[in-house]
Design a binder for this molecule. Structure first.
Ligand code: ADP
Ligand code: MG
Length: 232
């Protein structure tokens, strides 16, 4: 089953008066339950592409036949609240540099994503959500770290918190942007194992990476070269 489909995505950044084309017609599909690796050199547009897939940014509007489709729904046709909903519950993001909130402790960093999903409805579900957050964090070996701030954690621990945060709303797609890029090889392996294990049932894992070793673990690999998906 197709979860996500992107067609002819173009993205051009303006640097002063100069248009810099980064994506020049990217098309791809993400199937339910798969681990898809998107391999590309630094600066090839991997993060840009992931942001378009996750609804964090929009493709150029001028390009014909350019769209992102999630389970038959066009992202472009979403209202603001549908788009918020898509970002908060359909996809879960994991970044290279964790992007945890420094003022919040581990448990709060995970629960904040559930607040984004449930809005005011969060408070009536708080007990249940916190219990789920503790369960995830315990599964990830962080039971003794719930009250710690991110600065008190190692890189690998921070990334485990970020993965728990990405999973708290039970997303259908995990979008991971070089999630092991800032970690040593051994820690990176454990994070990769965790992400692969987190892809349960229909949930897909889409990971962008410049690391061919990481891509070897994927079910399927596509490459971005010169702003398009290379067939080779
Ligand atoms: P990757 O993740 O593969 O390293 P990126 O998607 O981050 O690549 O960036 C691709 C290119 O687009 C780079 O040359 C980068 O400098 C440029 N770029 C990315 N984001 C912006 C932005 N917001 N404004 C201008 N240029 C950008
Ligand atoms: Mg990047």
């Amino acid at each position: 089953m197709k979860l996500l489909e992107a067609s002819n995505l173009h993205k051009t950044y303006l640097l002063g008066a100069t248009a810099v084309p980064v994506l020049r017609g990217v098309s791809l599909e993400v199937h339910a339950g798969e681990f898809l690796a998107i391999l590309g050199a630094s600066g090839s547009g991997k993060s840009t592409l992931l942001h378009l897939l996750g609804g964090l940014d929009e493709p150029d509007v001028q390009a014909a036949g350019s769209w992102v489709n999630f389970r038959g729904l066009m992202l472009r046709s979403f209202s603001q609240s549908q788009l918020d909903d898509y970002r908060a519950r359909s996809v879960g993001f994991v970044f290279q540099f964790y992007h945890l909130l420094p003022e919040l402790n581990v448990l709060q960093n995970v629960c904040v994503a559930a607040m984004a999903r449930w809005k005011f409805g969060y408070f009536s579900r708080k007990g249940e959500i916190e219990a789920r957050a503790r369960e995830l964090l315990t599964e990830f070996g962080l039971a003794q770290r719930l009250k710690h701030k991110p600065v008190e954690l190692s890189g690998g621990e921070r990334q485990r918190v970020a993965i728990a945060r990405a999973l708290i709303n039970d997303p259908q797609i995990l979008l991971a942007d070089e999630p092991t890029g800032n970690l040593d090889r051994k820690t990176g392996e454990t994070i990769l194992d965790l992400l692969i294990k987190s892809r349960r049932g229909e949930r897909a894992l889409v990971m962008v990476t410049h690391d061919t070793e990481v891509a070897k673990r994927a079910d399927r690999v596509v490459r971005i070269v010169d702003g398009v998906i290379s067939k080779g």
